[in-house]
Design a protein around this ligand. Structure first.
Ligand code: PMP
Length: 336
């Protein structure tokens, strides 16, 4: 029998297919392609950040066998860390704001993570989920030095480096080096920053776009220099009020601000026209890809990220009353 290689669960993180959006490619005359990150074992793009951070910590001696991983997250990084942690023998403590989709909380609990919900509040508040997660790790390490790792996905650049080495490289190879543009939204910035570095290293002419949801400060920052946010979005896991270490010094050529009225209808179009059921952040990414295709013109290859499954947001994306409260509509062909 051949040597058993690449058969661990963690080996199945990444190497995701690049899927063509048929309708939107035909409509724009471009090839609009998305990395199917929802096919990762934990169901989202954040499995990559989780594995990158854990492997980096192991290599640096920051995570001992059986050590506890602590993180503050909108949910998907927590799920990624629980998947990676369970597979490699590290328990997880996950601190989440209490305004996220219940499906993500339930998923984390199903994986056995110790989930701590805290009131949602601005980053400047010491009660913010990121600060609370840091303090939990610090307290564990005070009692038992070296017993806990604070993953720190926002400012730990192992996140971006893993995307640079894997996601960006995969996009370059899967398009045969012909990619013209890449665009996605930013939460920590690890995905955009890592992929843009990888693609620009191959060809500095590859255009990098950001699809920033309403309620995030990056569009204003990139267009006016002012970190100012207004409005809001039902998309989860994206948008930021500050420049994280992962996002810092990232070259963005084309910034767009995407309202929910543009991204959410695309979520339903993807289901009906492409057979792809993805969450709100994927709608923002695809809206950005369509805008970039129109800006660059026909004949270009535009890539983006299909971040996670729409079924992770069942009680919001498929809830007529919730949508109506946000001024959004469920399409008529959905009989919910
Ligand atoms: N989409 C979803 C659903 C997410 O959970 C996240 C991560 N918070 C992102 C997009 C953004 O990825 P990143 O943190 O790499 O910017």
């Amino acid at each position: 029998m051949n040597e058993l290689t690449n058969m661990r669960l963690t080996d199945r993180i990444g190497h995701t297919p690049l899927i063509r959006l048929n309708h939107l490619s035909d409509a724009t005359g471009c090839e609009i392609l998305g990395k199917a990150e929802f096919m990762n074992p934990g169901g989202s793009v954040k499995d990559r950040a989780a594995l990158g951070i854990v492997r980096d910590a192991e290599a640096k001696g920051l995570l001992r066998p059986g050590g506890t991983i602590v993180e503050g997250t909108a949910g998907n990084t927590g799920i990624g860390l629980a998947v990676v942690g369970n597979s490699l023998g590290y328990p997880t403590i996950i601190v989440m704001p209490d305004n996220q989709s219940q499906d993500k909380v339930d998923t984390l609990r199903a994986y056995g993570a110790d989930v701590r919900l805290v009131p949602a509040c601005p980053f400047a508040n010491p009660g913010h989920f990121v600060h609370q997660s840091r303090r939990i790790a610090e307290e564990l390490n005070e009692k038992d030095p070296g017993s806990a790792l604070w993953a720190n996905q926002f400012d730990n650049v192992a996140n971006r480096e893993f995307h640079e080495a894997t996601t960006g490289q995969e996009i370059w190879e899967q398009t045969g080096g012909k990619v013209h543009g890449f665009i996605c939204a930013v939460g920590t910035g690890g995905t955009l920053a890592g992929i843009s570095r990888a693609l620009k290293a191959h060809n500095e002419k590859v255009a990098i776009g950001i699809a920033d949801p309403a309620g995030s400060a990056l569009y204003n920052y990139l267009t006016t220099g002012e970190l100012r946010a207004e409005g809001g979005s039902i998309s989860e896991g994206i948008g930021t009020s500050r420049i994280t270490a992962n996002f810092a010094d990232t070259c963005v050529d084309i910034p767009y601000q995407i309202p929910d009225s543009e991204s959410i209808p695309l979520v339903y179009d993807l289901i009906r026209q492409e057979g792809l059921c993805c969450g709100g952040s994927t709608g923002v990414n695809v809206a950005g890809a369509v805008r970039m295709a129109r800006e660059l013109g026909p004949g270009h290859i535009i890539t983006t990220i299909f971040c996670d499954s729409g079924l992770r947001y069942r009680e919001r994306l498929f809830n007529r009353a919730f949508l109506a409260s946000k001024g959004l509509e469920l399409p008529n062909w959905l009989t919910l």
